[in-house]
Design a protein around this ligand. Structure first.
Ligand code: GGG
Length: 359
């Protein structure tokens, strides 16, 4: 039985993750360890997670995470105290973020339907603008200085490019590499060079280079021309929030932080944060978390179970009856989880009755 470390974290993470676990428990047996880390742990101990956290997480097959961040903890402390150390220590270098408009969801783009918004972003997840290189001097003085230095290494660009090209071969065979090598003379010039070198080994994959500003516009104006995208840590972070908006809600967006070598536990999370404005009210959309759970099942070798969860999510959204406020409805987090579970059970009965597989 796969062993899962669960960090619900902060705010709505504590609501969507239990909902996600209930759905996952309908299709798979998981050995779950709940780890109460985050802002409450910080208030009690001065740290977002204990000193042996990485050692403990390392013993699991996967990590299922909700959200990190709370107004009582400075954002850079919460992020650097929990999520980023896990991504870096376990070298979860490929952050996979599907951007897919599901049937029944009204996206914000006029006359653009599910056939036209179906992208897969691969975010470099270990360095770039998130490298943590920098510092502050002369703090509190009029001549104070802050330096935040992006770090790009050949190794990290090469491995994420390879991962992306392999993925593109399973999809349309086209990749857009997002850059800014006109203004950034060093980092993104190396990025472009290494992507081009990797592309030499994938002559069957069509590669396009786009500056990040033009890419943002293209996502809105011509989303149908985009399939697989590879981008740096910061660029993909920003573009996938735009992507989540194109999907109809940030609450729908899921992500997988992968160690493609399989030697360390990968981490699965909704893209959204802790949403303090609605936390504690039971009205957060759990679909991003449930979808992230499906990505986790697939990573764990439970592909059929993952397909079932994704089909049930699609069913609930297509039915359009049970929806949280972000999608214009009034359902609670639990209502949506129960609707997904009911859809799973209905579909299982249909299969068992031999009346056809509706997936
Ligand atoms: N769902 C995880 C979460 O809380 N994300 C919020 C966040 O700030 N993430 C930072 C990042 O992915 O760059």
């Amino acid at each position: 039985m796969p062993s899962i470390a669960v960090i619900a974290g902060d705010g709505v993470g504590k609501e969507v993750i239990p909902a996600g676990l209930r759905v996952l428990g309908t299709v798979a047996s998981l050995d779950v360890e709940m780890l109460p880390w985050g802002a409450d742990h910080y208030a009690e101990t001065g740290a977002m997670m204990p000193g042996d956290a990485l050692h403990r997480l390392g013993g699991h097959d996967a990590i299922y995470l909700g959200a990190v961040g709370w107004p009582t903890v400075p954002d850079h402390i919460s992020l650097w105290g929990l999520l980023l150390p896990i991504r870096k220590a376990f070298q979860l270098y490929a952050n996979l973020r599907p951007v897919k408009l599901l049937p029944g969801v009204a996206g914000p783009l006029a006359n653009r339907g599910p056939d036209e918004i179906d992208m897969m972003f691969v975010r470099e997840n270990t360095e770039g603008e998130y490298a943590g290189a920098g510092g502050r001097v002369h703090e509190g003085t009029p001549y104070e200085v802050a330096v935040e230095a992006p770090v790009f290494t050949r190794l990290a660009v090469e491995r994420v490019a390879r991962y992306t090209f392999d993925l593109a071969r399973q999809r349309s065979g086209s990749v857009i590499s997002v850059t800014k090598s006109n203004a950034s003379r060093y980092a993104y010039v190396l990025w472009d060079e290494v992507v081009n070198e990797v592309a030499e080994g994938y002559r069957d994959v069509v590669v396009e280079r786009m500056h990040v500003d033009a890419m943002a516009a293209r996502m809105v104006l011509r989303p149908d021309t985009i399939d697989v995208v590879v981008a740096s840590n910061l660029f993909a972070d920003i573009l996938t929030d735009l992507g989540a908006a194109l999907q109809g809600s940030l609450g729908l967006a899921a992500s997988a932080n992968l160690d493609p070598t399989g030697s360390r536990p990968s981490l699965f999370e909704p893209v959204h944060g802790s949403a303090p404005d609605i936390a504690g009210q039971g009205r957060a959309n759990p679909i991003g978390a449930i979808w992230a759970g499906a990505l986790m099942l697939r990573h764990l070798g439970l592909a059929a179970e993952a397909d079932r969860v994704e089909a049930a999510i699609s069913q609930v959204l297509a039915d359009g009856v049970v929806r949280t406020g972000d999608l214009g409805g009034s359902a609670s987090t639990d209502d949506v989880a129960e609707a997904v579970i009911s859809a799973l059970r209905r579909r299982a009965r249909t299969r068992a009755n031999g009346t056809g597989d509706t997936e």
